[in-house]
Design a protein around this ligand. Structure first.
Ligand code: HEM
Length: 380
Protein backbone atom coordinates (compact mmCIF):
# COMPACT_ATOMS: atom_id res chain seq x y z
CA UNK A 1 0.00 0.00 0.00
CA UNK A 2 1.61 3.25 -1.07
CA UNK A 3 0.49 5.25 1.89
CA UNK A 4 1.87 2.78 4.42
CA UNK A 5 5.25 4.52 4.20
CA UNK A 6 3.67 7.94 4.67
CA UNK A 7 5.55 10.31 6.97
CA UNK A 8 2.17 11.84 7.83
CA UNK A 9 2.84 10.08 11.12
CA UNK A 10 0.60 12.10 13.40
CA UNK A 11 -2.32 11.85 11.02
CA UNK A 12 -4.73 8.97 11.24
CA UNK A 13 -4.04 6.44 8.47
CA UNK A 14 -5.44 7.72 5.17
CA UNK A 15 -9.08 6.84 4.77
CA UNK A 16 -10.19 4.45 2.06
CA UNK A 17 -10.64 6.26 -1.24
CA UNK A 18 -14.05 7.79 -1.68
CA UNK A 19 -15.56 8.08 -5.12
CA UNK A 20 -17.09 11.54 -5.57
CA UNK A 21 -20.56 10.14 -5.21
CA UNK A 22 -19.73 8.44 -1.91
CA UNK A 23 -21.24 10.13 1.17
CA UNK A 24 -18.36 9.55 3.57
CA UNK A 25 -17.89 11.88 6.56
CA UNK A 26 -15.72 14.33 4.65
CA UNK A 27 -18.03 14.28 1.65
CA UNK A 28 -20.93 15.11 3.98
CA UNK A 29 -19.07 18.14 5.28
CA UNK A 30 -18.80 19.54 1.77
CA UNK A 31 -21.54 21.89 0.64
CA UNK A 32 -21.29 20.49 -2.90
CA UNK A 33 -19.78 17.38 -4.49
CA UNK A 34 -16.00 17.41 -4.66
CA UNK A 35 -15.16 19.18 -7.93
CA UNK A 36 -13.04 17.57 -10.59
CA UNK A 37 -9.60 18.94 -11.38
CA UNK A 38 -11.20 19.87 -14.70
CA UNK A 39 -14.01 21.92 -13.08
CA UNK A 40 -14.11 25.59 -14.04
CA UNK A 41 -12.10 27.64 -11.58
CA UNK A 42 -9.84 24.85 -10.30
CA UNK A 43 -7.08 25.67 -12.79
CA UNK A 44 -7.14 29.30 -11.59
CA UNK A 45 -6.25 28.23 -8.04
CA UNK A 46 -5.59 24.49 -7.85
CA UNK A 47 -3.91 24.87 -4.44
CA UNK A 48 -7.18 25.25 -2.54
CA UNK A 49 -8.40 22.08 -4.18
CA UNK A 50 -5.11 20.27 -3.48
CA UNK A 51 -5.44 21.17 0.23
CA UNK A 52 -8.88 19.59 0.37
CA UNK A 53 -7.64 16.48 -1.41
CA UNK A 54 -4.60 16.08 0.87
CA UNK A 55 -6.66 16.47 4.02
CA UNK A 56 -9.73 14.39 3.21
CA UNK A 57 -9.34 12.58 -0.11
CA UNK A 58 -5.73 11.35 -0.34
CA UNK A 59 -6.73 8.88 -3.05
CA UNK A 60 -9.90 9.61 -4.96
CA UNK A 61 -11.38 8.91 -8.36
CA UNK A 62 -11.78 11.98 -10.59
CA UNK A 63 -14.31 10.76 -13.15
CA UNK A 64 -14.13 13.67 -15.65
CA UNK A 65 -10.33 13.42 -15.65
CA UNK A 66 -10.52 9.62 -15.93
CA UNK A 67 -7.85 9.19 -13.24
CA UNK A 68 -7.27 8.46 -9.56
CA UNK A 69 -5.73 11.44 -7.78
CA UNK A 70 -2.86 11.09 -5.32
CA UNK A 71 -2.06 14.30 -3.47
CA UNK A 72 0.15 13.73 -0.39
CA UNK A 73 3.92 14.10 -0.73
CA UNK A 74 4.84 10.61 0.50
CA UNK A 75 2.19 8.91 -1.63
CA UNK A 76 3.15 10.86 -4.78
CA UNK A 77 6.82 10.09 -4.25
CA UNK A 78 6.13 6.39 -3.68
CA UNK A 79 3.85 6.17 -6.73
CA UNK A 80 6.40 7.84 -9.03
CA UNK A 81 8.97 5.25 -7.98
CA UNK A 82 6.57 2.27 -8.10
CA UNK A 83 7.43 -0.07 -11.00
CA UNK A 84 3.81 -1.34 -11.05
CA UNK A 85 2.74 2.12 -12.23
CA UNK A 86 4.15 2.50 -15.73
CA UNK A 87 5.17 5.76 -17.36
CA UNK A 88 4.95 6.74 -21.02
CA UNK A 89 7.79 4.84 -22.68
CA UNK A 90 10.73 7.09 -23.54
CA UNK A 91 13.44 6.16 -25.98
CA UNK A 92 16.56 5.93 -23.79
CA UNK A 93 19.43 7.64 -25.62
CA UNK A 94 23.14 7.11 -25.01
CA UNK A 95 24.55 9.02 -22.04
CA UNK A 96 26.48 11.96 -23.56
CA UNK A 97 26.20 14.38 -20.65
CA UNK A 98 29.97 14.97 -20.75
CA UNK A 99 29.57 16.44 -24.25
CA UNK A 100 26.22 18.14 -23.76
CA UNK A 101 26.71 20.14 -20.59
CA UNK A 102 29.79 22.24 -21.48
CA UNK A 103 28.44 22.98 -24.98
CA UNK A 104 25.03 23.94 -23.62
CA UNK A 105 26.47 26.10 -20.85
CA UNK A 106 28.44 28.18 -23.36
CA UNK A 107 25.44 28.46 -25.69
CA UNK A 108 22.98 29.26 -22.88
CA UNK A 109 25.28 32.03 -21.61
CA UNK A 110 25.62 33.62 -25.05
CA UNK A 111 21.96 33.26 -25.95
CA UNK A 112 20.75 34.61 -22.60
CA UNK A 113 22.96 37.69 -22.94
CA UNK A 114 21.74 38.41 -26.48
CA UNK A 115 18.09 38.08 -25.42
CA UNK A 116 18.57 40.12 -22.23
CA UNK A 117 20.41 42.97 -23.98
CA UNK A 118 17.67 43.24 -26.59
CA UNK A 119 15.25 44.14 -23.80
CA UNK A 120 17.57 46.38 -21.83
CA UNK A 121 16.83 49.68 -23.57
CA UNK A 122 13.04 49.41 -23.57
CA UNK A 123 10.49 51.05 -21.32
CA UNK A 124 8.63 47.80 -20.82
CA UNK A 125 9.20 44.16 -21.79
CA UNK A 126 7.47 40.81 -21.35
CA UNK A 127 9.97 38.32 -19.93
CA UNK A 128 7.88 35.43 -21.28
CA UNK A 129 7.50 36.59 -24.90
CA UNK A 130 10.99 38.10 -25.08
CA UNK A 131 13.05 35.74 -22.95
CA UNK A 132 11.82 32.57 -21.22
CA UNK A 133 9.88 31.24 -24.23
CA UNK A 134 13.04 31.51 -26.33
CA UNK A 135 15.99 30.67 -24.14
CA UNK A 136 15.82 26.83 -23.96
CA UNK A 137 15.22 26.24 -27.68
CA UNK A 138 17.51 29.03 -28.89
CA UNK A 139 20.36 27.83 -26.62
CA UNK A 140 19.98 24.28 -27.96
CA UNK A 141 19.96 25.55 -31.57
CA UNK A 142 23.09 27.64 -30.90
CA UNK A 143 24.91 24.75 -29.17
CA UNK A 144 24.15 22.37 -32.04
CA UNK A 145 25.38 24.96 -34.56
CA UNK A 146 22.08 25.07 -36.48
CA UNK A 147 20.82 28.14 -38.35
CA UNK A 148 19.04 30.69 -36.14
CA UNK A 149 15.81 30.41 -38.20
CA UNK A 150 15.51 26.85 -36.90
CA UNK A 151 15.13 28.26 -33.38
CA UNK A 152 11.74 29.62 -34.44
CA UNK A 153 10.55 26.20 -35.54
CA UNK A 154 12.17 24.44 -32.56
CA UNK A 155 10.49 26.92 -30.23
CA UNK A 156 7.12 26.14 -31.81
CA UNK A 157 7.68 22.38 -31.38
CA UNK A 158 8.74 23.01 -27.79
CA UNK A 159 5.54 24.94 -27.15
CA UNK A 160 3.39 22.16 -28.52
CA UNK A 161 5.27 19.80 -26.19
CA UNK A 162 5.71 17.37 -29.06
CA UNK A 163 8.41 15.33 -27.44
CA UNK A 164 8.59 15.42 -23.69
CA UNK A 165 9.85 12.79 -23.20
CA UNK A 166 8.43 10.81 -26.14
CA UNK A 167 9.77 9.92 -29.55
CA UNK A 168 11.64 12.36 -31.83
CA UNK A 169 9.40 14.76 -33.74
CA UNK A 170 9.35 13.44 -37.34
CA UNK A 171 9.59 16.89 -38.97
CA UNK A 172 12.45 17.83 -36.71
CA UNK A 173 14.27 14.56 -37.41
CA UNK A 174 13.88 15.28 -41.15
CA UNK A 175 15.20 18.83 -40.68
CA UNK A 176 18.21 17.56 -38.75
CA UNK A 177 19.18 14.71 -41.06
CA UNK A 178 21.03 16.78 -43.74
CA UNK A 179 22.91 18.63 -40.98
CA UNK A 180 24.06 15.30 -39.52
CA UNK A 181 25.17 14.06 -42.95
CA UNK A 182 27.11 17.29 -43.54
CA UNK A 183 28.83 17.17 -40.12
CA UNK A 184 29.97 13.62 -40.85
CA UNK A 185 31.88 14.82 -43.93
CA UNK A 186 32.76 18.36 -42.75
CA UNK A 187 32.97 18.38 -38.94
CA UNK A 188 32.95 21.77 -37.24
CA UNK A 189 33.37 22.89 -33.65
CA UNK A 190 29.69 22.66 -32.69
CA UNK A 191 27.91 20.11 -30.52
CA UNK A 192 26.33 18.35 -33.52
CA UNK A 193 29.82 17.66 -34.90
CA UNK A 194 30.96 16.50 -31.45
CA UNK A 195 28.01 14.10 -31.25
CA UNK A 196 28.77 12.78 -34.77
CA UNK A 197 32.29 11.97 -33.57
CA UNK A 198 31.03 10.73 -30.19
CA UNK A 199 31.06 7.22 -28.76
CA UNK A 200 28.89 5.48 -26.19
CA UNK A 201 29.78 2.07 -24.72
CA UNK A 202 32.76 1.91 -27.06
CA UNK A 203 30.58 2.30 -30.21
CA UNK A 204 30.44 5.31 -32.55
CA UNK A 205 27.04 7.02 -32.35
CA UNK A 206 24.78 6.14 -35.30
CA UNK A 207 22.93 8.82 -37.32
CA UNK A 208 19.72 7.81 -35.54
CA UNK A 209 21.34 8.17 -32.12
CA UNK A 210 22.76 11.62 -33.01
CA UNK A 211 19.40 12.77 -34.42
CA UNK A 212 17.56 11.39 -31.37
CA UNK A 213 19.87 13.25 -28.97
CA UNK A 214 19.57 16.49 -30.93
CA UNK A 215 15.75 16.12 -30.99
CA UNK A 216 15.67 15.53 -27.23
CA UNK A 217 17.78 18.64 -26.72
CA UNK A 218 15.60 20.76 -29.00
CA UNK A 219 12.17 19.68 -27.82
CA UNK A 220 12.32 17.30 -24.85
CA UNK A 221 11.81 19.46 -21.81
CA UNK A 222 12.19 22.79 -23.60
CA UNK A 223 8.61 23.73 -22.76
CA UNK A 224 8.95 22.54 -19.15
CA UNK A 225 12.16 24.53 -18.80
CA UNK A 226 10.60 27.66 -20.33
CA UNK A 227 7.61 27.45 -17.96
CA UNK A 228 9.80 26.73 -14.92
CA UNK A 229 11.97 29.70 -15.83
CA UNK A 230 8.90 31.97 -15.98
CA UNK A 231 7.77 30.86 -12.50
CA UNK A 232 11.33 31.26 -11.17
CA UNK A 233 11.55 34.87 -12.37
CA UNK A 234 8.04 35.62 -11.06
CA UNK A 235 8.93 34.25 -7.61
CA UNK A 236 12.09 36.37 -7.43
CA UNK A 237 10.40 39.53 -8.72
CA UNK A 238 7.64 38.99 -6.16
CA UNK A 239 10.32 38.84 -3.42
CA UNK A 240 12.71 41.74 -4.15
CA UNK A 241 14.74 41.19 -0.96
CA UNK A 242 15.49 37.61 -2.00
CA UNK A 243 16.23 38.81 -5.55
CA UNK A 244 18.77 41.28 -4.10
CA UNK A 245 20.41 38.46 -2.17
CA UNK A 246 20.66 36.26 -5.25
CA UNK A 247 22.07 39.18 -7.24
CA UNK A 248 24.78 39.78 -4.63
CA UNK A 249 25.49 36.07 -4.01
CA UNK A 250 25.01 34.08 -7.23
CA UNK A 251 25.86 30.83 -5.45
CA UNK A 252 22.34 31.07 -3.98
CA UNK A 253 20.81 30.58 -7.47
CA UNK A 254 20.54 26.74 -7.35
CA UNK A 255 18.63 26.87 -4.03
CA UNK A 256 16.38 29.65 -5.35
CA UNK A 257 15.66 27.57 -8.50
CA UNK A 258 14.91 24.39 -6.51
CA UNK A 259 12.58 26.33 -4.24
CA UNK A 260 10.67 27.68 -7.23
CA UNK A 261 10.36 24.16 -8.68
CA UNK A 262 8.93 22.94 -5.35
CA UNK A 263 6.44 25.76 -5.00
CA UNK A 264 5.48 26.13 -8.67
CA UNK A 265 6.41 23.04 -10.71
CA UNK A 266 5.84 23.49 -14.47
CA UNK A 267 4.31 20.00 -14.80
CA UNK A 268 2.16 19.70 -11.66
CA UNK A 269 0.38 16.50 -12.77
CA UNK A 270 2.41 13.42 -13.76
CA UNK A 271 0.34 10.53 -15.08
CA UNK A 272 0.96 6.84 -14.44
CA UNK A 273 -0.94 3.72 -15.59
CA UNK A 274 -1.25 0.56 -13.48
CA UNK A 275 0.36 -2.33 -15.37
CA UNK A 276 -1.51 -4.85 -13.17
CA UNK A 277 -4.14 -4.63 -10.43
CA UNK A 278 -2.57 -2.61 -7.61
CA UNK A 279 -3.56 -2.14 -3.96
CA UNK A 280 -3.47 1.54 -3.02
CA UNK A 281 -4.87 3.31 0.03
CA UNK A 282 -7.18 0.45 0.98
CA UNK A 283 -8.62 -0.23 -2.46
CA UNK A 284 -7.47 -2.22 -5.46
CA UNK A 285 -7.17 -0.31 -8.70
CA UNK A 286 -7.64 -2.41 -11.84
CA UNK A 287 -4.91 -2.93 -14.43
CA UNK A 288 -4.95 0.04 -16.79
CA UNK A 289 -6.17 2.50 -14.14
CA UNK A 290 -4.63 5.95 -14.60
CA UNK A 291 -3.12 7.53 -11.50
CA UNK A 292 -2.49 11.29 -11.50
CA UNK A 293 0.47 12.03 -9.23
CA UNK A 294 -0.20 15.61 -8.10
CA UNK A 295 3.37 16.87 -7.88
CA UNK A 296 2.03 20.41 -7.43
CA UNK A 297 0.09 19.30 -4.34
CA UNK A 298 3.03 17.28 -2.98
CA UNK A 299 5.23 20.39 -3.06
CA UNK A 300 2.72 22.24 -0.86
CA UNK A 301 2.15 19.40 1.64
CA UNK A 302 2.55 20.99 5.12
CA UNK A 303 3.46 17.60 6.57
CA UNK A 304 6.58 17.67 4.38
CA UNK A 305 7.37 21.38 3.96
CA UNK A 306 7.05 23.98 6.69
CA UNK A 307 4.88 26.94 5.65
CA UNK A 308 4.65 25.46 2.15
CA UNK A 309 3.09 28.42 0.33
CA UNK A 310 6.03 30.67 1.24
CA UNK A 311 8.85 31.18 -1.30
CA UNK A 312 12.07 30.88 0.70
CA UNK A 313 15.43 30.46 -1.01
CA UNK A 314 16.95 29.35 2.33
CA UNK A 315 14.49 26.51 2.85
CA UNK A 316 16.11 23.75 4.88
CA UNK A 317 13.67 21.02 3.80
CA UNK A 318 14.27 20.60 0.04
CA UNK A 319 13.64 17.44 -2.08
CA UNK A 320 10.85 18.57 -4.40
CA UNK A 321 9.30 16.14 -6.89
CA UNK A 322 9.19 18.48 -9.91
CA UNK A 323 11.64 16.24 -11.77
CA UNK A 324 9.81 13.06 -10.75
CA UNK A 325 11.31 10.27 -8.65
CA UNK A 326 12.51 6.71 -9.19
CA UNK A 327 13.31 5.07 -12.52
CA UNK A 328 11.86 7.85 -14.70
CA UNK A 329 13.54 10.70 -12.80
CA UNK A 330 14.33 13.46 -15.30
CA UNK A 331 17.82 12.87 -16.74
CA UNK A 332 18.22 16.56 -17.65
CA UNK A 333 18.03 18.34 -14.31
CA UNK A 334 21.50 19.82 -14.83
CA UNK A 335 20.57 21.12 -18.29
CA UNK A 336 17.42 22.75 -16.93
CA UNK A 337 19.45 24.27 -14.08
CA UNK A 338 21.89 25.72 -16.62
CA UNK A 339 19.10 27.59 -18.35
CA UNK A 340 17.94 28.99 -14.99
CA UNK A 341 21.39 30.05 -13.86
CA UNK A 342 22.55 31.53 -17.18
CA UNK A 343 19.17 33.17 -17.75
CA UNK A 344 18.99 34.89 -14.39
CA UNK A 345 22.62 36.02 -14.44
CA UNK A 346 22.21 37.54 -17.92
CA UNK A 347 19.02 39.37 -16.94
CA UNK A 348 20.50 40.82 -13.78
CA UNK A 349 23.67 41.83 -15.59
CA UNK A 350 21.86 43.58 -18.45
CA UNK A 351 19.16 45.08 -16.18
CA UNK A 352 20.43 45.55 -12.64
CA UNK A 353 17.29 47.39 -11.56
CA UNK A 354 14.85 44.87 -13.06
CA UNK A 355 11.40 45.08 -11.45
CA UNK A 356 7.72 44.61 -12.26
CA UNK A 357 6.10 47.11 -14.61
CA UNK A 358 3.90 49.48 -12.55
CA UNK A 359 0.67 47.79 -11.52
CA UNK A 360 1.57 44.39 -12.95
CA UNK A 361 0.91 41.21 -10.97
CA UNK A 362 1.90 37.84 -12.36
CA UNK A 363 -0.79 35.16 -12.52
CA UNK A 364 0.13 31.52 -13.09
CA UNK A 365 -2.25 29.62 -15.38
CA UNK A 366 -2.90 26.02 -16.31
CA UNK A 367 -3.41 22.66 -14.70
CA UNK A 368 -1.33 20.01 -16.50
CA UNK A 369 1.33 22.62 -17.25
CA UNK A 370 1.40 25.75 -15.13
CA UNK A 371 3.25 29.06 -15.18
CA UNK A 372 2.59 32.77 -15.71
CA UNK A 373 2.07 33.46 -19.43
CA UNK A 374 3.06 37.17 -19.15
CA UNK A 375 5.73 38.82 -17.04
CA UNK A 376 5.65 42.57 -17.68
CA UNK A 377 8.75 44.26 -16.33
CA UNK A 378 10.48 47.61 -16.36
CA UNK A 379 13.93 46.66 -17.67
CA UNK A 380 16.13 49.29 -15.99
C1 HEM B 1 12.54 22.42 -15.49
C2 HEM B 1 12.59 21.60 -16.51
C3 HEM B 1 12.11 20.16 -16.49
C4 HEM B 1 11.20 19.57 -15.68
C5 HEM B 1 10.36 20.20 -14.55
C6 HEM B 1 11.13 18.18 -16.06
C7 HEM B 1 10.31 17.24 -15.46
C8 HEM B 1 10.34 15.88 -15.73
C9 HEM B 1 9.57 14.89 -15.04
C10 HEM B 1 8.55 15.17 -13.92
C11 HEM B 1 9.88 13.69 -15.56
C12 HEM B 1 9.35 12.33 -15.09
C13 HEM B 1 8.14 11.96 -15.90
C14 HEM B 1 7.53 10.69 -15.35
O1 HEM B 1 7.87 10.26 -14.26
O2 HEM B 1 6.67 10.15 -16.06
C15 HEM B 1 10.85 13.91 -16.62
C16 HEM B 1 11.38 12.93 -17.41
C17 HEM B 1 12.18 13.17 -18.51
N1 HEM B 1 12.72 14.39 -18.88
FE1 HEM B 1 12.42 16.16 -17.98
N2 HEM B 1 12.00 17.96 -17.10
C18 HEM B 1 12.64 19.14 -17.39
C19 HEM B 1 13.59 19.37 -18.35
C20 HEM B 1 14.03 18.41 -19.25
C21 HEM B 1 14.96 18.68 -20.32
C22 HEM B 1 15.63 20.02 -20.59
C23 HEM B 1 15.11 17.49 -21.00
C24 HEM B 1 15.96 17.18 -22.21
C25 HEM B 1 16.87 17.95 -22.74
C26 HEM B 1 14.28 16.49 -20.35
C27 HEM B 1 14.18 15.17 -20.73
C28 HEM B 1 13.47 14.21 -20.03
C29 HEM B 1 13.42 12.79 -20.42
C30 HEM B 1 14.11 12.15 -21.63
C31 HEM B 1 12.61 12.15 -19.46
C32 HEM B 1 12.19 10.68 -19.42
C33 HEM B 1 13.03 9.90 -18.43
C34 HEM B 1 12.58 8.44 -18.35
O3 HEM B 1 11.44 8.13 -18.63
O4 HEM B 1 13.42 7.64 -17.95
N3 HEM B 1 13.65 17.10 -19.30
N4 HEM B 1 11.10 15.26 -16.70
Amino acid sequence: MLSSSSPHGHRPPPAAPRPYAHAGPAAKALAAPLPSLLSPGVARDPYRHYRLLREDFPLVRDEPLGAWLLSRYADVRAALADARLGAEPSAPGPDCRGLLEPALRAAAERTAYVLARRMAGRREADLVADFTAWLPAAAAVAALGLPWEDAVRAQEWCRTGSAHPGAPHPELAALLHPHVVRRRSHPGTDLLSALCGGRADGQALSDDAVTGLACTLLTGGGEATALALASFLANLLDHPAQLDLVRARPWLIPGAWAESLRRDPPAPVVLRRATAPIALGGTTLPAGAVVACLVGSAGRDPYRFADPDRYDIFRADPAHLAFGAGPHYCPATALAGLAAECGLRALLDAMPGLRWAPGFRSAPRGLMTRAPRRLLVRPC
